[in-house]
Write a protein that binds this ligand. Structure first.
Ligand code: LLP
Length: 414
């Protein structure tokens, strides 16, 4: 059912419910997620890797609403967390600690200890951390090592994290030091990990990352899993290719099974997709406040901005936008801009069916790194979130209020 399903380019409905009616009921700006799409994406990965013992650890940072985590849990995945808070969200969603991988980047050792106490798997990302971990836990607590494989990959440099100059992981060239610490501190290494970046199209890149681990693995006799990270590309534009997950599955599974045979033990294969599971399931519905014609440009100013969707501003990311309220009007060229006191262009030079004040515009691919990167900049409130599940819309986060904004402020007499 989920395979190669043509995706509506300008969907007006999710699971038979009109987006207009959702906008009317819950107001704008509003994040709306299609739960069925998320489940289907989990299943697509499971199917592509069906020949191996696969564990999907969903990269919670992409979209961390607890209801979404529950949905992903029900689809059969675990959790990849990058903060103690994400670990806790995972636990709140009902995941067992053993289903959670904690991949921090340069955190204090107190956080590591807390995570160990919570019972989750720790991914060690520096030599000093390995040493400290060994001094405190020796071989009592098993752990994983994040290897930087020196592979340049990803949609743009800001989201490329597996190259030589990246802060992430431990350089593969430092393998001798890694082995020395493992021996000296008597560490029990249960897993090896790579993650090279986000928006990676080419199946060969995933295979290259995996091969680095397969070659390295023979130095670690106690392994239980190999974690190949996430980073599968989604389609942001019409006609944009997605990572061929079936191809990645076939190539990586085959190499993995051959490796396991040589290693002499059937290990588990872990993956940490974020975007691939949730990006295309999400829509940010915004309302047009003003249509402003200048001598050169027509701006559609909407009730949202970089505070709700940072990706265009941060990465020059492309998000498709369409006019939900006026699908059949004459098309014009617009710059869709936010209401923040910055040049927060959401989309520039886009052909849209005529935009009028009050029209609802839909910003696509808002599921991943949308709400999770939202802020209160300009003292604006963060939007509500709605999950469409089993043909019904469910409010899964209420719109913030001024009370939320000021909750932690301590107003002194002055
Ligand atoms: N595993 C690790 C260790 C990661 O650092 C990440 C993402 C993932 C998995 C999931 O990657 P994904 O499958 O979602 O590509 N905010 C950026 C993306 C940053 C990703 C950071 N790490 C964006 O909006 O494009």
């Amino acid at each position: 059912k989920f395979e190669n399903m043509p995706q509506a380019i300008k969907p007006t409905h999710i699971q038979g419910i009109s987006l207009e009616s959702i906008a009317e009921k819950y107001g704008t700006p509003l994040y709306v997620y299609d739960g069925e799409k998320i489940t289907n994406q989990v299943h697509a990965i499971q199917k592509a890797f069906q020949g191996v013992p696969l564990k999907i650890k969903y990269a919670t940072k992409a979209l961390s609403n607890i209801s979404i985590l529950k949905l992903i849990k029900n689809a059969g995945a675990g959790v990849d967390a990058v903060s103690l808070e994400e670990v806790r969200l995972g636990l709140m969603a009902g995941f067992q600690p053993s289903e959670i991988m904690y991949t921090p980047s340069g955190v204090g050792f107190d956080e590591i200890q807390e995570a160990v106490d919570l019972g989750v798997m720790i991914n060690l990302d520096s030599l000093p951390l390995m040493r400290k971990f060994g001094e405190v836990y020796g071989n009592k607590v098993g752990a994983c090592i994040r290897i930087n494989p020196h592979i340049m990959a990803g949609g743009n440099i800001k989201i490329s994290v597996g190259h030589k100059a990246s802060k992430f992981g431990i350089s593969i060239e430092q393998l001798p030091e890694i082995l020395e610490i493992v021996k000296e501190k008597n560490l029990r290494i249960l897993g090896l990990h790579v993650h090279t970046g986000s928006d990676i199209l080419d199946a060969e890149i995933f295979l290259r990352g995996a091969n680095v681990l397969f070659e390295t693995a023979f130095k670690f006799p106690d392994l239980e899993f190999i974690d190949c990270g996430g980073g599968f590309k989604v389609a942001y534009k019409e006609g944009d290719p997605r990572t061929d997950i079936q191809e990645v599955g076939e190539k990586v599974s085959k190499a993995f099974q051959q490796f396991c045979e040589k290693y002499g033990k059937q290990l588990e294969l872990w993956l940490e997709p974020g975007k691939f599971l949730v990006s295309e399931s999400g829509y940010l519905l915004v309302k047009t406040n003003v249509v402003k014609k200048t001598p050169t440009i027509t701006f559609a100013g909407v009730d949202s901005g970089l505070n709700h969707l940072l990706r265009p501003m941060l990465y020059d990311a492309y998000h498709d936008v369409y006019n939900l309220s006026n699908p059949d009007g004459n098309t014009h060229t617009y710059n869709i801009v936010g209401y923040i006191c910055e040049t927060d262009t959401i989309a520039s030079d886009r052909e849209l069916s005529e935009v009028r004040e009050g029209d609802i515009l839909v910003i696509k691919n808002a599921g991943a790194y949308g709400f999770s990167m939202a802020s209160n900049y300009n003292s604006r409130l963060r939007p509500a979130e709605v999950l469409v599940w089993e043909g019904k819309p469910h409010l899964i986060r209420t719109r913030e209020t001024i009370e939320d904004l000021t909750r932690n402020q301590v107003v002194i007499d002055i």
